[in-house]
Design a protein around this ligand. Structure first.
Ligand code: HEC
Length: 190
């Protein structure tokens, strides 16, 4: 009796193993395709192309600046931007104050000196965006000001974003001027 049960189990085992394996593979597939938005994977990166920089008015305005995320993490980016505690922006985040300058969050480890931000100097027109210069510690704006050297003064928890009160030296330009420059963005809205 006992030995026949044992023989039966031994015979069944391979079939059970195969069934469990198939179930596991199917479960993995379905959770991968229809589950909730996955957290950014450690390997996720975003190398922006010119067409990723669109009219500021296609982005989401937060106080004085505009924000977007090309990898589907806009909610997470907005949560950081709207938190008084700050936080680390998710990979794929684009932040702009004016159409001609942008910072884009790359993968962790891309550039520890700039908190993994890639800085951009852009030309914009009715035809769209041209990337004039991109980099980390070596990009300057049209006035010769180095992006990284100003932005690294931001208090650590604000992840390199200056605004008015994050510790960066203030810009000698009024909000009304920034607003006019933002409104004059010549790029198409679609
Ligand atoms: C002279 C210092 C300085 C330089 C140079 C500079 N920035 Fe800034 N930047 C600031 C300050 C200060 C603000 C906040 C302005 C405000 O809200 O009044 C700011 C705002 C921004 C913002 C909006 C988010 C934020 O941090 O408030 C972006 C994006 C940005 N700068 C990108 C750049 C890029 C890209 C470059 C280089 C091409 C650059 N900046 C050069 C000081 C600087």
């Amino acid at each position: 009796m006992t030995s026949s049960i044992r023989r039966g189990l031994t015979t069944l085992t391979p079939a059970v193993v195969v069934a469990v394996a198939i179930t596991a593979v199917l479960a993995a597939c379905s959770s991968g395709s229809s589950g909730p938005a996955a957290k950014p994977k450690p390997t996720e990166d975003f190398a922006a192309q010119a067409t990723d920089f669109r009219n500021l008015h296609t982005m989401t305005k937060v106080r004085g600046f505009y924000i977007d995320n090309r990898l589907g993490h806009l909610d997470e980016a907005l949560a950081v931007a709207n938190s008084s505690k700050g936080g680390v922006y998710p990979v794929g985040t684009i932040v702009q104050l004016v159409p001609q300058e942008a910072m884009v969050k790359r993968e962790k480890g891309f550039s520890p000196q700039t908190k993994d931000w890639e800085f951009f100097f852009l030309s914009v027109s009715a035809d769209g965006t041209v990337i004039d210069k991109r980099g980390t510690t070596d990009v300057a704006n049209r006035f010769g000001g180095n992006c990284a050297s100003c932005h690294q003064a931001a208090t650590a928890r604000f992840d390199g974003v200056c605004e008015k009160d994050h510790g960066c030296a203030p810009l000698p330009i009024g909000d009304d001027v920034f607003h006019s420059i933002q409104e004059a963005d010549p790029r198409p809205l679609n």
